[in-house]
Ligand binder design. Structure first.
Ligand SMILES: Nc1ncnc2c1ncn2[C@@H]1O[C@H](COP(=O)(O)OP(=O)(O)OP(=O)(O)O)[C@@H](O)[C@H]1O
Length: 251
């Protein structure tokens, strides 16, 4: 996973409808290895729907999605092997312990033996779940459940991480530890699409920010563009850029 020029995610003209509502409306995006992309937009903009289509959970009505060069619609099983997905609404294997859950995911990703042990230990320690490893996931608190889902997403590691509001409910220390771990994952050639409404955090950690409005791409800002805009004095922070891009006004 060290080939840092490769496109990890290719979304071309994606369309997804729910009956008469067009939730994603001709959205295109390429994410390369090493990129940490903040995916923002108002409630209902279409971020989760986009992620569902990328993860192969929702069937697109138009366009195409490739993950690590694999077409998600044509080869969903193969594509899923390259994706670590933490959905907004977690759907975990409730009756497995945390340890069993991580080893189950490791097995699916072909991580076995001593390497499996190493990754499981490292991730449990990172998220401070070592002491809870033998408890069933069903008994985990909301934050613990989200942390074990992040651990599972990182096992492998896969080429692409899809994180949908994955920092919700995490305590500040866990947030910082996981943020650093995700940045390391990108430095080592991974790619992340992270949806979040925590704009001050995204401003600090992302190498690129994509703003979606009404199912369409509204802005695509590289780190340099973002910093130029902030240095220019017109925008105080990412929040101000967001408000302008989305046409929102706060009295
Ligand atoms: N299962 C569904 N059935 C019908 N409409 C849906 C369904 N899921 C989402 N929608 C609609 O699609 C649109 C996009 O929703 P989506 O959840 O993708 O937005 P989002 O950007 O992730 O929002 P949020 O920031 O609130 O999580 C919204 O109008 C939503 O009501």
């Amino acid at each position: 996973m060290n080939d840092t020029n490769k496109t990890r995610l290719h979304i071309s003209n994606l369309v997804k409808r729910y009956r008469r509502l067009t939730a994603v409306d001709g959205f295109s995006l390429d994410v390369a290895a090493g990129e940490f992309v903040g995916f923002i937009g108002p409630n209902g903009a279409g971020k989760s729907t986009t992620m569902g289509c990328v993860a192969g959970i929702l069937a697109p009505d138009g366009g195409s999605v490739e993950v690590a060069g694999v077409d998600v619609v044509e080869n969903p099983v193969e594509a899923r092997r390259h994706i670590g997905f933490v959905p907004q609404d977690l759907d975990l294997y409730d009756y497995l312990t945390g340890d069993e859950f991580l080893r189950f995911v490791a097995q699916i990703r072909g991580v076995e033996g001593a390497e499996q042990d190493r990754q499981v230990e490292e991730l449990l320690e990172l998220t401070e779940l070592t002491d809870a490893r033998d408890r069933v996931v069903k008994e985990y608190s909301g934050g613990m459940a989200r942390k074990i889902a992040i651990c599972a997403a990182l096992i492998g590691p896969p080429e692409l991480l899809l994180l949908d509001e994955s920092f919700v409910g995490l305590d500040p220390e866990s947030t910082l530890r996981i943020r650093r771990r995700l940045q390391r994952y990108c430095d080592e050639g991974g790619a992340i699409l992270l949806s979040s409404h925590i704009l001050d955090m995204l401003e600090r950690i992302c190498s690129r920010v994509v703003i979606m409005v009404d199912g369409k791409l509204e802005r695509d800002l590289s780190r340099d563009e973002l910093e130029d805009m902030l240095a220019g004095g017109e925008y105080r922070d990412l929040n101000a850029i967001y408000l302008e891009a989305t046409g929102k006004v706060i009295d």
